[in-house]
Design a protein around this ligand. Structure first.
Ligand code: HEM
Length: 413
C-alpha cells in the first residue's frame, strides 16, 4: 500500500491496513486513494498508532456502525485520545455529573432529551432568522478585501464567518471571534499533538462559559445561555456544568467544521476554473454544488468506544477499543456514488453522510448549509474571477476535522 513519510514518531507507514496514521501528512492532503485501496483489500483497517483504533471505509458499514448504539458508544469521541491528565479529569467529571452530558458525548437514553433541548436553536425557521446577520458579516469581511489583489481565502474569509455567527446565536461577544477560533483550533487541531495546549484550551472555554453563566444569572436575557439556564430535563434544571458543556459543544462544533467546508469550497473553485465559471453562469446551481462540496471534502471524522465484542469483515473489536466513524471515506464509496473521486458540480444523487447519520446526526446542519450558501454566494458576486495564487501556499489540517487552513488566492483575473 501507499508509502508516505512524516508520521507519528517519524515512522513511515508501510501498510495502511495494519498501521494507518490519521495524522500522516500525505493522508491529510489526499486520503481518497488510501480509502479506495482499503475498501477493496481490508474494509476495516487497524492501527496501534494514537492509542490504537479501527477504521471502516465502506458506506454501508459506517452507516450500520453509526446505528450500533450504545455498543459503539459516544462516551469517547476524540480521534486522538486525551492525554492521561485530561483523561483523569474527564473520568472525574463523569463520576460527578453522571449522565448529564452534552448530546455529542452521551448514549441513549440520556442522549435524546439534551439533543431535543438544542435542536430548536438550529431549526430551518431559526436558521432563516440568522441569514441577514450572516450576510452582514460576510459583506463586512469582503469590504475589507476590496482594494486587494490577493488574500488568504481560508484565513481572511472562511475562518471568520462561523465564529461570528455562533457568537451571535449564543449571545456572546462577536468582537472576540478571533479568540473563539483560537481556542477551537487549539482544542481540535493543534492540541491533538500537544496535550498541554489542548487542556489549556478546554480550561479557557469552560472558564469563559462559567463566567457567562454567572453573568446571565444576574442579568437574564433571551439568548441561548439564558434559555438553557431556564430549561428543564425530566423536571430538573440543568447544572452549570451541563450548560457550560452544551455551550462549549455549540461553540466548538460549528467553527472548525464550517470553516473547513467554506475553505474547501473556495479552494476547489480557485483550482477548477471550469466549475467556477459554471457557478458564475448558473448561480442557481449553488445549493447542489454545496452538497457536492460537503460530500467530496467531508471534514468530520468521529470516534466511538467499543463496549461489547463486534466482529466485522474479520476485524474483531473488543470492549475498550476505539473505532473511527470515517464519514469522509463513506462519501467516496463507489457502491453508493458514481465516479466517487470526481467532483461533479451538478451531482443529482448525493446521499452523503458528511453530517453523520443515526441519532448523533449533526444538530447544526441547517446552520452550516446556510453559512456555506450565503458565504459562497456573496464571495462569487464580489470575486467571480478568483484563482489560486500558488499551490505551495496551501496547507491542510487533518485528524478529527480535515480542511484547508491557508488558501492564497488572486482576487481577480
Ligand atoms: C460543515 C459543517 C459541519 C459538519 C460537516 C458537521 C458534522 C457533524 C458530524 C459528522 C456530526 C456527528 C457526530 C457523531 O456521529 O458522533 C455532528 C454532530 C454535531 N454537530 Fe455538526 N457539523 C457541522 C457544523 C455544525 C454546526 C454549525 C453546529 C452548530 C453550532 C454543529 C453542531 C453539532 C452538534 C451539537 C452535534 C452533536 C449531535 C449529537 O450528538 O446528537 N455542527 N456534526
Amino acid at each position: 500500500m501507499t508509502d508516505t513519510s512524516k508520521n507519528e514518531n517519524g515512522c513511515p507507514v508501510h501498510d495502511w491496513a495494519t498501521d494507518y496514521d490519521v495524522m500522516d501528512e500525505g493522508y491529510t492532503r489526499n486520503p481518497a486513494p488510501i480509502w479506495a485501496e482499503l475498501r477493496q483489500k481490508c474494509p476495516v483497517a487497524h492501527t496501534t498508532r494514537w492509542g490504537g483504533s479501527w477504521m471502516p471505509t465502506r458506506y454501508a458499514d459506517i452507516q450500520e456502525m453509526a446505528n450500533m448504539v450504545p455498543t459503539l458508544s459516544s462516551r469517547a469521541i476524540s480521534v486522538i485520545p486525551p492525554d492521561p491528565v485530561l483523561r483523569e479529569e474527564l473520568i472525574a467529571e463523569l463520576k460527578a455529573y453522571g449522565t448529564e452530558s452534552p448530546p455529542i458525548t452521551s448514549d441513549p437514553p440520556e442522549h435524546s432529551p439534551y439533543k431535543r433541548l438544542i435542536l430548536p436553536f438550529f431549526s430551518p425557521r431559526a436558521v432563516a432568522g440568522y441569514a441577514a446577520m450572516t450576510e452582514e458579516i460576510c459583506r463586512g469581511l469582503l469590504d475589507e478585501l476590496k482594494d486587494r489583489d490577493t488574500a488568504d481565502a481560508a484565513v481572511e474569509y472562511a475562518q471568520q464567518i462561523p465564529p461570528r455567527v455562533i457568537a451571535y446565536i449564543l449571545g456572546i461577544d462577536m468582537g472576540r471571534a478571533a479568540e473563539f477560533t483560537q481556542w477551537t483550533q487549539e482544542l481540535l487541531e493543534l492540541g491533538q499533538t500537544d496535550p498541554e495546549l489542548r487542556r489549556a484550551a478546554r480550561t479557557k472555554i469552560r472558564t469563559f462559559f462559567f463566567d457567562q453563566i454567572e453573568h446571565r444569572k444576574q442579568n437574564p436575557g433571551h439568548d441561548v445561555i439564558s434559555l438553557l439556564l431556564d430549561a428543564e430535563v425530566e423536571g430538573r434544571r440543568l447544572s452549570d456544568h451541563t450548560v457550560a458543556g452544551i455551550c462549549n459543544l455549540l461553540l466548538v462544533a460549528g467553527i472548525d467544521t464550517t470553516w473547513s467546508s467554506i475553505g474547501s469550497a473556495l479552494y476547489h473553485f480557485a483550482t477548477h476554473p471550469e466549475d467556477r465559471k459554471r457557478l458564475v453562469a448558473e448561480p442557481d446551481l449553488l445549493p447542489v454544488a454545496v452538497e457536492e462540496v460537503l460530500r467530496y471534502y467531508s471534514p468530520v471524522t468521529m470516534a466511538r468506544k467499543v463496549t461489547a465484542e463486534v466482529c466485522m469483515h474479520g476485524a474483531e473489536m473488543k470492549p475498550g477499543d476505539k473505532l473511527l466513524m470515517t464519514f469522509p471515506a463513506a462519501n467516496r464509496d463507489p457502491e453508493v456514488f458514481e465516479r466517487p473521486d470526481e467532483f461533479v458540480i451538478d451531482r443529482q444523487q448525493n446521499r452523503h453522510i458528511a453530517f453523520g447519520t443515526g441519532i448523533h446526526r449533526c444538530a447544526g446542519s441547517n446552520l452550516a448549509r446556510m453559512e456555506l450558501l450565503v458565504g459562497l454566494r456573496l464571495w462569487f458576486e464580489r470575486f467571480p474571477d478568483f484563482s489560486l495564487a500558488g499551490e505551495e501556499g496551501v496547507t491542510w489540517a487533518g485528524g478529527q476535522v480535515r480542511g484547508p487552513r491557508n488558501v492564497p488566492v488572486r482576487l481577480s483575473a
